[in-house]
Design a protein around this ligand. Structure first.
Ligand SMILES: [Zn+2]
Length: 715
C-alpha cells in the first residue's frame, strides 16, 4: 500500500495498523458518529470484513457456481464452498480441517461471538455502580444515566440546540458571522470548514504542534468530492444525502422552521461544500500519492496563513479554539485555504451560515430526545432497524469521545495489570527472537543490521492498560442533561487537544489518548518505534488467563509478532528509530529485501481464489510477509518450550482466522483489503514451515505440500 499523507491517516487507523505509517493526535470528529469512524475498526483480526446486511449477502445459484475453481484450495471461507460431510484432512486443506465445524455452525444459523458486546455488558456494571469515588468512573456513570434518562431528554426535546441555531439564523452580515465564529462561548461546538487540531511529527520535534486541515474524507457530509455532482452520484451516497436531508429538516422544523426554509438551509450547506470540492482530493486520489510527495512537511505561520485566507478569520478562530499561541501550523493544502478565503464573502453568507448550522445539527441532534436519536439512526425509515441496547450505544460513544475515561472506569473495576505485565514479558521474548533472526540473516549487510537491531531493541509496546489512568479531574457533568454533556465533552476535548500544543509528546500518553484499550485493535506507531495492542484485541482473539502456552502462541503470539515485523519491513525501512521519515537501510539491502518480497508477490499471484479470480500479490505482499515472518518468529520461540504441542498451536492459529464469508464478500475484500483472505492467512503461512510438515506428516502430492525450493520465507 502506498503512503498516504500523514495527517490524512489520523482517521484511518484501519489502514495505519499494518502499514507502518504515522498518525497524528486524536481529535473529536463531531459530524461522524463513533460507529462510522475508522477508530473503531481494525484490519488485523478476522472480524473486520466489509459489513454486508444479511439481505445483500444471500448466495444465488450463480454465486455457488462462481465460487468454484480455487487452486490449490477452494476458497474455504466462502459459505458457497462448504457442504455437509465434505472430506477434510490437515494434509490437504488445513484451514478447512480446523474450521469446518465452525462453518457448518454458521450455515445453520450460528453467530460468531461478539466480544465488543461482551465488554459492553461488563461495562454496564461499571455504569450502574453508584458507589465509586473515582472521578473518571463517575463521569462514565453520569454519561450513561443521562443517556438513558429518556424522560428528561424527551422533555427537553431539541431545546439544548436552540440557542446556537437561532444565533446563526440571526446573523445578517459577514462581520457578524466572523464575530460568531470568533467567540468560543457561542460557537465552540460548531464544525468549521477548516479544522484545528494538535499534531505530532516526532521525527521533527518532540513537542506537539498545531495543524489545520480539511481533506474532505471524514469532513464532507458526502465524504468524497466526486459525489457532489448529483448526476453522477453513487446510489449509496444518494441514500446518505437523502438521510442527512431528512434529518436536517426534522431538526429544523422541530425548532419552528418552515419546511421550505429547512430544505433551503440543507441545500445551501451542500452548496458550500460543493464550492470547496475543487481543492479536495478523493480517497482514490489520496491513495495514489507517492511516498516522496508525502514526505514533504508543510508548515506556515499564522500570519502567512491569514494572508492566504483573506477575510476568513483564521487567526481569530485559532484564538477562540485555543490555538492562539501556536508558532506554526502544519497544513495539508495551501490551495484549499486560499479557496476558502476567496469564498468567505458577503455573497456566500447564506451558504456559509447553512454549513455551520447543518453540520452542528447533524453532529449533535442525536443527543436530544428519543425521536431525534432514532431519526439520526434512520430508525424511523428503515423497516429492518434493530435498536441496539442503550448501554451498547453508550459504550461505543464513550470509547470514541472519552476513551481514557472509559478505560479508567473499566480498569478500575477489572484490574488487568497482571495481563499487561505478562504481555510485556511476551513482547520482550519476541524482541529477543527477532534479534536472533535478524543477526542470522545472511543477505543483510552488517551496517544495516546494526541499525535494524537497534530499532527492534528500542521498540516499545503499549498494551492492555496505561501506566497512569487519566482522571479528567477538570471535566464535570454535574446537573447536565445528555445533550449538554455531549456538548461539554466536545468543548473539553477540543480545548484539551489545543492545550497540548508546544508541550512535550509523551509516547504512551499519546497512544492511550488515540485509542481506548477496549477497542478491538492493534496499531503501529512507527514515529515512536512503538506498537499498541489493546485488551479488546486480546479478548477478541479468545485470550483467557488459563489458556495453554500453545493457544497463547497461536492466537496472540503470531499477531504480536506480525506487528513487530512491520518495524523492519519495506515501510519500516522508511522511518528511523527516532521517527524521522527517511531511507535508512543500505540501498543493496533494500533491493535484496524487495527481491525476496517479489517472490511473495509471485507466489500469491499464482493462487486462484475461484474460477477467473487470482489473488493480488502486489496488493497483499506486505501483510502476507508479516504473517509469514510472525509465524517464523513464533515457531522460533516455541523451540524454547519443552514438549510444545504443535498440533494444538497450529489449530489455535487456524481457529483465530476462521471467517464466515461468502462469494460476494470475498470479492469486496479482494478489491480493498491489503491482507490476504483468511483461509490463505492460514494455509499459505503454515505450509512454509517444517514444523507443520512434521506435525501432520505432509508429503509430496498432499494439498498442503510445497517443495522446499518454492517456499517464500523472507527472513
Ligand atoms: Zn500488518
Amino acid at each position: 500500500m502506498k503512503h498516504l499523507p500523514r495527517l490524512f491517516l489520523a482517521f484511518l487507523t484501519a489502514f495505519c495498523l499494518c502499514t507502518g505509517c504515522s498518525a497524528p493526535a486524536a481529535q473529536t470528529e463531531p459530524v461522524k458518529t463513533p460507529e462510522s469512524t475508522a477508530a473503531s475498526e481494525t484490519v488485523s483480526v478476522p472480524s473486520q470484513e466489509p459489513e454486508m446486511t444479511d439481505e445483500t449477502d444471500i448466495s444465488t445459484p450463480e454465486d455457488i457456481e462462481k465460487a468454484k475453481g480455487g487452486k490449490p484450495w477452494p476458497d474455504s471461507q466462502m459459505k458457497e464452498n462448504i457442504t455437509e460431510g465434505m472430506e477434510r484432512s490437515p494434509k490437504d486443506n488445513y484451514y478447512l480441517y480446523v474450521n469446518y465445524d465452525f462453518h457448518m455452525d454458521m450455515k445453520n444459523g450460528g453467530k460468531k461471538k461478539n466480544t465488543s458486546k461482551e465488554i459492553a455488558d461488563e461495562m454496564l456494571e461499571v455504569m450502574q455502580d453508584d458507589h465509586s469515588d473515582n472521578h473518571a468512573q463517575q463521569l462514565v456513570q453520569q454519561y450513561y444515566r443521562a443517556f438513558t434518562d429518556w424522560d428528561t431528554r424527551n422533555k427537553a426535546g431539541l431545546e439544548p440546540l436552540r440557542a446556537v441555531v437561532e444565533d446563526i439564523r440571526d446573523i445578517s452580515t459577514l462581520d457578524e458571522l466572523t464575530e460568531f465564529l470568533s467567540d468560543p462561548s457561542r460557537s465552540i461546538n460548531v464544525p468549521l470548514l477548516l479544522r484545528y487540531v494538535n499534531y505530532q511529527e516526532y521525527g521533527r520535534s518532540h513537542n506537539y504542534t498545531a495543524a489545520v486541515y480539511f481533506r474532505g474524507w471524514g469532513e464532507l457530509l458526502l465524504q468524497d468530492p466526486h459525489e457532489y455532482d448529483a448526476e453522477t452520484r453513487s446510489e449509496d451516497t444518494q441514500l446518505k444525502y437523502d438521510k442527512f436531508k431528512a434529518e436536517s429538516v426534522y431538526y429544523l422544523t422541530g425548532l419552528g422552521w418552515s419546511e421550505a426554509d429547512a430544505v433551503q438551509a440543507f441545500e445551501n450547506c451542500i452548496a458550500a461544500e460543493t464550492a470547496m470540492c475543487p481543492e479536495l482530493e478523493s480517497l482514490m486520489d489520496l491513495s495514489l500519492h507517492t511516498y516522496e510527495e508525502d514526505a514533504v512537511s508543510l508548515y506556515a505561520s499564522a500570519n502567512q496563513i491569514q494572508e492566504w485566507m483573506k477575510n476568513y478569520p483564521f487567526k481569530r478562530i485559532a484564538e477562540a479554539r485555543g490555538y492562539g499561541n501556536a508558532e506554526e501550523y502544519y497544513y495539508t493544502s495551501e490551495a484549499y485555504m486560499r479557496l476558502l478565503g476567496d469564498y468567505y464573502t458577503e455573497e456566500h453568507l447564506e451558504q456559509l451560515k447553512a454549513y455551520h448550522l447543518i453540520t452542528y445539527l447533524l453532529a449533535f441532534g442525536w443527543t436530544c430526545d428519543e425521536e431525534s436519536y432514532l431519526t439520526s439512526e434512520n430508525a424511523l425509515k428503515d423497516p429492518d432497524f434493530e435498536r441496539p441496547e442503550d448501554h451498547h450505544v453508550v459504550f461505543n460513544k464513550l470509547k470514541f469521545y472519552l476513551p481514557e475515561a472509559v478505560d479508567n472506569a473499566y480498569l478500575a473495576r477489572y484490574d488487568q495489570t497482571k495481563l499487561r505485565d505478562a504481555m510485556l514479558d511476551f513482547f520482550r521474548e519476541f524482541k529477543a527472537i527477532y534479534h536472533d533472526m535478524i543477526s542470522e540473516a545472511e543477505w543483510m549487510s552488517d551496517e544495516t543490521k546494526v541499525q535494524v537491531l537497534d530499532k527492534v531493541d528500542a521498540m516499545q509496546l503499549f498494551t492492555v492498560c496505561p501506566e497512569h489512568l487519566k482522571e479528567y479531574e477538570d471535566l464535570s457533568f454535574d446537573g447536565m442533561n445528555f445533550a449538554e454533556i455531549a456538548l461539554e465533552t466536545d468543548r473539553y476535548q477540543q480545548l484539551n487537544a489545543a492545550s497540548l500544543v508546544g508541550k512535550e509528546i509523551i509516547p504512551d500518553e499519546y497512544a492511550w489518548s488515540v485509542m481506548s484499550t477496549l477497542e478491538d485493535n492493534a496499531r503501529a506507531f512507527p514515529e515512536f518505534d512503538g506498537l499498541m495492542f489493546t485488551l479488546g484485541i486480546l479478548k477478541d482473539g479468545g485470550y483467557s488467563p488459563d489458556m495453554s502456552t500453545e493457544e497463547l502462541y497461536g492466537v496472540v503470539g503470531t499477531v504480536l509478532a506480525h506487528e513487530i515485523s512491520h518495524c523492519f519491513d519495506e515501510n519500516g525501512a522508511r522511518i528511523t528509530k527516532e521517527g524521522e521519515v527517511k531511507d535508512w537501510w543500505k540501498e543493496e539491502d533494500l533491493e535484496e529485501f524487495r527481491k525476496r518480497v517479489q517472490k511473495v508477490v509471485d507466489f500469491y499471484d499464482g493462487i486462484t481464489i475461484c474460477e477467473g479470480v487470482q489473488a493480488n500479490g502486489s496488493m497483499i505482499s506486505a501483510e502476507a510477509t508479516a504473517d509469514i515472518t510472525g509465524m517464523q518468529a513464533t515457531l522460533k520461540l516455541a523451540e524454547k518450550q519443552e514438549n510444545f504441542d504443535y498440533d494444538e498451536f497450529f489449530r489455535s492459529y487456524a481457529w483465530l482466522w476462521r471467517s464466515d464469508s461468502s462469494y460476494k464478500r470475498d470479492m469486496m475484500i479482494l478489491k480493498n483489503d491489503p491482507h490476504p483472505l483468511a483461509y490463505l492467512r492460514v494455509n499459505t503461512v503454515v505450509q512454509q514451515f517444517d514444523e507443520f510438515y512434521e506435525t501432520y506428516d505432509v508429503k509430496e502430492g498432499d494439498g498442503m505440500y510445497l517443495a522446499p525450493e518454492d517456499r517464500i520465507v523472507v527472513w
